[in-house]
Design a protein around this ligand. Structure first.
Ligand code: DX5
Ligand code: ZN
Length: 226
């Protein structure tokens, strides 16, 4: 399998008042990406950060900023996030049924990598057109909790979606987000996930570096088995 593991600590679990040093700490611990949860208080009942914070963080790091847009109107965020220095732009399929083609095109034009996310209740079939398109998304984020908050319990039943996707698309980046950590990583990795978002399990660990390397090892070992 050609997909490399990407371990992405979710900065939602960090100390937002010290975002730059928290980011550096995670990269020093071995993180590949930094997962940035952007919420609008409308698509989800929580409000977090937006382009100004991404722009500020970008001044302190060259890291891949994996932005997860839990917002009702993702298209409004393309220009500001592109300018701010976001790397990945993952929008939710539930709010982009009408304009995903335009959205993908704009994201790429702004130099970002497009991804599509789906909530637990959304069937996997809904993202197929976006992958099979001439101008496709480059990552699918399978939510393993209801979006909105960190620290929730992993939903193993979402692994069917990951398995089906991995069988269909061997070289696609498949990200899982919500409740990932040492006790759930093997289930996700054996289903075929290679991009792993983890907030509370990494930030809450006495040794975050150990958790990060354990998750990377699980992805690699499961890839060798398959
Ligand atoms: C939830 C967010 C996640 C969250 C994951 O809506 O998309 O990225 O931070 O946090 P944990 O790993 O604690 O479930
Ligand atoms: Zn997220």
């Amino acid at each position: 399998m050609g997909v490399t593991p990407k371990i992405a600590p979710s900065m939602l679990s960090s100390d937002f008042a010290n975002l730059a040093s928290e980011a550096k700490r995670m990269l020093d611990f071995g993180a590949d990406w930094l997962h940035m949860d952007i919420m609008d208080g409308h698509f989800v009942p929580n409000l977090t950060i937006g382009a100004p914070v991404i722009e500020s963080l970008r001044k302190h790091t060259k890291a891949y900023l994996d932005c997860h847009l839990m917002v009702t109107n993702p298209i409004d965020y393309v220009e500001p996030l592109g300018k701010a220095g976001a790397s990945g732009f993952t929008f939710h399929v539930e709010v982009s049924k009408e304009n995903w083609q335009e959205l993908i095109q704009k994201i790429k034009l702004k130099g970002m990598r497009p991804g599509v996310a789906l909530k637990p209740g959304t069937p996997i079939e809904e993202v197929y057109p976006l992958i099979n398109s001439e101008n496709p998304v480059e990552m699918v984020l399978v939510m393993t909790v209801e979006p909105g908050f960190g620290g929730q319990k992993f939903m193993p039943e979402m692994m069917d979606k990951v398995r089906v996707l991995r069988n269909k698309y061997p070289s696609l980046d498949i990200e899982v987000d919500g409740g990932l950590g040492p006790s759930t990583i093997d289930v996700a990795a054996s289903a075929g996930a290679n991009c792993i978002v983890a907030g509370s399990s990494v930030f809450g660990a006495p040794e975050p570096a150990t958790v990060i390397s354990l998750m990377r090892k699980s992805v690699l070992e499961n890839q060798e088995k398959s």
